[in-house]
Design a protein around this ligand. Structure first.
Ligand SMILES: [Cu+2]
Length: 339
């Protein structure tokens, strides 16, 4: 690599690092205890290894500057003190430093909350699908449970136990502001505990390459004050709203007659119980569609329904463009009314 290329690469690296600082999807913008512990630990390790690097470079420079000339002018490397220098500098000191880092990771409980053992009863089960997130709220009796997708609401200031599974390949659950990455592995359930210390929208991402649309497998955690969370919960428990206009009413018939119910559930709509795609019962309450890849508005809904394969090529929803203009508008009016 040419020196100029090296400098350019460093520049790009630094720029993306700085850009990362302004990005809320960053492990340095913590919003909960688990993420904070991880951020503190990484800051400590960064400083520690920075000091080690400076000392090492100092020794190299000192050696280079003070020992000039040919080897014949100097004592051989195994002269007195040489072995000891290698032993301490190369083995003992690095050993101590790595041991300290190891103990700190354990002691600060950074590793344990990452892969907790099975809690008594997880609040939420998140199932990774290619390329979206199924979200089941499990707490309480059957009539207090519901399923939604892609947007996870949690109350501020309360620990939430999340169970993680996968329906197909290995995914990874990562909301940097709240927690480290935890794998979602087919046939295995992993657990983590998140707690948000402030209200806000925290973006996340599938962090394990899982196929063509891995980059569009985004996640949103909405941390709300307990009262707002409770209100959201109560709404989610309701079946879908009855369409408010004749146009939306017509849209519902179109939805039921098209292929949609084969893959999507809309609670309260009888025949719509498909499980291959996200639950749409309260679709309009979500901020984004396509696993948080596109805004949830009428234009994007129309584009998504007719051209999912252009917006998210390879995704498991086909293009459904067999509608006339008025039919499509009615269908979108129906979807947009699913508050
Ligand atoms: Cu994934």
């Amino acid at each position: 690599m040419k020196f100029r290329d090296f400098i350019a690469a460093m520049g790009i690296g630094l720029a993306s690092l700085l850009a990362g600082c302004g990005n809320p999807q960053s492990m340095f913008h913590t919003a909960g205890p688990a993420a904070q512990r991880l951020a503190h630990l990484s800051a400590f390790i960064f400083i520690l290894f920075g000091v080690v690097a400076v000392i090492t470079i100092g020794i190299l420079l000192a050696a280079g500057l003070s020992h000039r000339g040919t080897l014949d002018w100097h004592a051989p490397w195994n002269a007195s003190g040489g072995h000891k220098f290698v032993l301490y500098g190369g083995l003992v000191i690095p050993g101590i430093i790595l041991f300290v880092v190891f103990v700190l990771s354990l002691q600060r409980m950074t590793l344990f909350p990452l892969h907790r053992k099975q809690p008594m009863s997880p609040n939420i089960l998140v199932i990774g699908h290619q390329w979206w997130w199924e979200v089941r709220y499990l707490r309480g009796p059957a009539d207090q449970r519901f399923t939604t997708a892609n947007e996870i609401h949690i109350p501020v200031g309360r620990p939430v136990e999340i169970a993680l599974q996968s329906a197909d390949v290995i995914h990874s659950f990562w909301v940097p502001a709240l927690h480290g990455k935890v794998e979602m592995i087919p046939g295995l359930t992993n657990y983590l505990r998140v707690e948000a210390s402030r209200a806000g929208n925290f973006k996340g991402q599938c962090a394990e390459y899982c196929g063509a649309q891995h980059a569009h497998m985004r996640l949103l955690v909405v941390a709300q004050p307990p009262a707002a969370y409770q209100a959201w919960r109560n709404l989610q428990l309701q079946p879908a709203q009855t369409p408010a206009s004749p146009q939306a009413m017509q849209g519902r018939e179109i939805f039921l007659r098209a292929a949609c119910p084969l893959c999507h559930t809309i609670r309260g709509l009888g025949a719509a119980e498909g499980k291959a795609g996200p639950d749409l019962t309260h679709l309009a309450g979500r901020q984004y569609i396509g696993a948080n890849s596109f805004p949830n508005d009428k234009a994007d809904l129309a584009g998504w329904v007719t051209h999912a394969q252009s917006l998210k090529p390879g995704c498991k929803m086909p293009n459904l463009d067999d509608f006339t203009g008025p039919q499509l508008r009615a269908l979108v009016a129906f979807l947009d009314g699913l508050k």
